[in-house]
Design a binder for this molecule. Structure first.
Ligand code: F6R
Length: 614
């Protein structure tokens, strides 16, 4: 949800900023802009469209500078055009500002500033910040960082800010509340990013700013961090950035999404690494050890998440209830936070998020903490807001996920949730040792089975040609395959723009069956399951209405295969682990359909990877 990059030092800033923006483009790609510190002036270049458009636009401009701030936008307030692109300038052209987040009270602030004669150039909420800061700076005659601090005291909402001033070339002021921002230190120089991607190439020594921090960076000077509320100085806490540059490359794949789909055997293995001790019959998730007793004795688990992470939560409901016998509720974080939910001190909240920055999920966590519940996080991005906001948690270790559509993060989340359920079940005594061994054995085989399914890529690509002109699709699944049906539909709609819905197979006859005709592709998850026979009946119901069946079946199945127009066979596994493999053909199917339709699979329209606004 908007990406921020900044640099100050003795190197040329522009190439660093543009490269950084390219690496952050997954956070939004409606417009891009850069403000450069050029002598006692600010050079401002921005345009609608992608970072590549900005780079082209700048190709004949004077872009020499040793400091600058840059932004790639996911539009919230104001349509995606050049006028609304960041950076925004103060009226005297001396202050440039970029923002990730939302100023909730911007209308009140805007009205007040307009009544004092300020003229606005854009329809964004962000522009109020730059005028407000300038107003205080001029009136109060304080240093700019102090004006920023005072201004933010009156701002309601979330922000990660980077501010450049013509009067102080080379100095960049940063502030954070609710949106991520980290600072990397190089050789008398500073790199800033919404995450580590624009920084990792240059340094691994970083400070993650915390909510309420205002920081000032300038070459050859020490980083200064103060608190917005009481102006108290804070000692920077330097950490090692856990990221490799190679992980950010496409590695010969046409798209990040395809690369990430194919990385799943490794991602699943990495998410299990060091956590399974087969000889000793234990699963140990270091991050939650201290809280396992609390988890074992929990009144219930409430899982909060959004999108694909929510679907992983739905899979976890089956896992925890089946093997650990703990009641589970799975909630969209955005609904949970606003419905005044009953939360008890002996509840355990599990928040799942790939990015660890999803605003609604973070807000749900804060709410649960205020009510005294224990909060466990499962997230992929090391050092993210979620990782720091929870009592304890486990990283998924899937590596950076850059394609906007989540793939390997989902399977890694389900793997970690499986380990969590196994660990708690063994300690609670709700899972017999023999069953435990059986599940562990199957879990260890999952990466190889995923690999086997990836070999079907060409067959799936072939099947996808029959989707290209479809306008709708229905995904059906029962039990653990129901969340997979939801996930399959989400993948298809978000990257190919074909309308798709997932349903529990048996729910179809309560309404959606009215949609079935010879034009409707129905993707059915019909793997070996307790409810297999019921699924067969549901397929018959679709065929009777001339629907086209694309089935995912267990290798060796003949019954459903014969009934299907197209069939994808996947290896057998134990029922509870099925989602880890049954989701793979659906990811590939969505990918190939989207490519055939000419869609930008890595950057689907209107989306952003990290949804750090409500
Ligand atoms: C779908 C997708 C989104 C995210 C959702 C939550 O492919 O990527 O639905 O799953 O925005 O994001 P995280 O997991 O970062 O909280």
């Amino acid at each position: 949800m908007c990406g921020i990059v900044a640099y100050t030092g003795s190197n040329e800033a522009y190439p660093i900023l543009i490269k950084g923006l390219k690496r952050l483009e997954y956070r939004g790609y409606d417009s891009a802009g850069v403000a450069l510190s050029q002598g006692n002036k600010i050079g401002l270049y921005k345009c609608r469209g992608r970072v590549a458009d900005l780079d082209l636009f700048c190709s004949d401009k004077d872009i020499k500078a040793c400091a600058g701030i840059a932004h790639t936008r996911w539009a919230t307030h104001g349509e995606p055009n050049t006028q609304n692109a960041h950076p925004h300038l103060s009226e005297d052209g001396k202050i440039a500002l970029i923002h990730n987040g939302i100023v909730e009270n911007y209308l009140v602030l805007k009205k007040e500033l307009m009544s004092r004669g300020y003229k606005f150039q854009s329809n964004t909420d962000t522009e109020v910040l730059v005028h407000l800061i300038q107003d205080i700076f001029v009136k109060e005659q304080v240093p700019l960082e102090e004006a920023v601090r005072i201004a933010l005291g009156g701002v309601v909402g979330t922000y990660a800010l980077a501010i450049l001033s013509a009067d102080n070339p080379g100095q960049i002021i940063l502030a954070k509340k609710g949106s991520p921002l980290l600072i990397g230190i190089g050789d008398n120089e500073y790199y800033v990013g919404s995450d580590g991607a624009p920084i990792v190439e240059y340094t691994k020594k970083v400070v993650y700013l915390e909510d309420g921090d205002v920081a000032v960076v300038a070459p050859q000077k020490k980083l200064v961090i103060r608190n917005i509320n009481d102006n108290a100085k804070k000692r920077p806490y330097w950490q090692k950035l856990e990221m490799n540059l190679e992980q950010l490359e496409k590695d010969g794949f046409e798209h990040y999404m395809l690369k990430e789909i194919f990385e799943q055997p490794k991602a699943i293995r990495d998410s299990m690494r060091g956590r399974l001790n087969v000889q000793k019959d234990v699963v140990s998730l270091g991050g939650i050890i201290e809280y396992e007793t609390k988890m074992m004795n929990a009144r219930r688990f409430i899982i909060v998440a959004c999108g694909t992470s929510y679907h992983a939560g739905l899979v976890a409901e089956y896992l925890f209830e089946n093997i650990a016998r703990i009641p589970v509720e799975v909630e969209y974080a955005s609904e949970f936070r606003y419905r005044n939910p009953l939360i008890y001190e002996d509840d355990v909240i599990i928040a799942i998020s790939q990015s660890g920055e999803t605003a609604d999920t973070i807000a749900a966590v804060e709410l649960a903490k205020r009510k005294g519940a224990t909060v466990i996080g499962i997230c992929n991005v090391v050092g993210s807001t979620l990782a720091r906001a929870t009592n304890a948690g486990s990283y998924t270790h899937a590596g950076p996920e850059i394609g906007v559509a989540s793939t390997k993060a989902f399977t890694a989340q389900v793997t970690v949730l499986t380990l969590m359920a196994l660990s708690i079940a063994r300690k609670k005594g709700t899972l017999a040792l023999s069953e435990y061994h059986q599940i562990i054995g199957c879990l260890e085989d999952i990466p190889e089975k995923v690999n086997e399914i990836l070999q079907l890529d060409d067959i799936i690509k072939d099947i996808s040609t029959h989707f290209v002109n479809k306008r709708n699709a229905i995904y059906l699944g029962r039990g653990v395959n129901y969340p997979v049906a939801l996930e399959g539909a989400l993948k298809l709609k978000e990257i190919s723009y074909i309308h798709a819905e997932g349903y529990p197979s048996a729910e179809m006859k309560h309404g959606p069956i009215a949609l079935i005709d010879e034009e409707m592709p129905v993707i059915v998850l019909a793997t070996e399951q307790e409810t297999y026979e019921k699924t067969v009946s549901n397929i018959q119901e679709v065929i009777a209405r001339k629907g086209r069946i694309i089935s995912i079946v267990t290798k060796g199945d003949t019954l459903v295969k014969e009934m299907s127009n197209y069939c994808i066979e996947i290896p057998a596994t134990t029922e509870l682990l099925t989602p880890l493999i049954s989701c793979i053909p659906l990811q590939l199917l969505a990918y190939h359909v989207a490519v055939l339709r000419g869609c930008n699979v890595d950057k689907p329209r209107n989306l952003a990877k990290s949804v750090s606004v409500e």
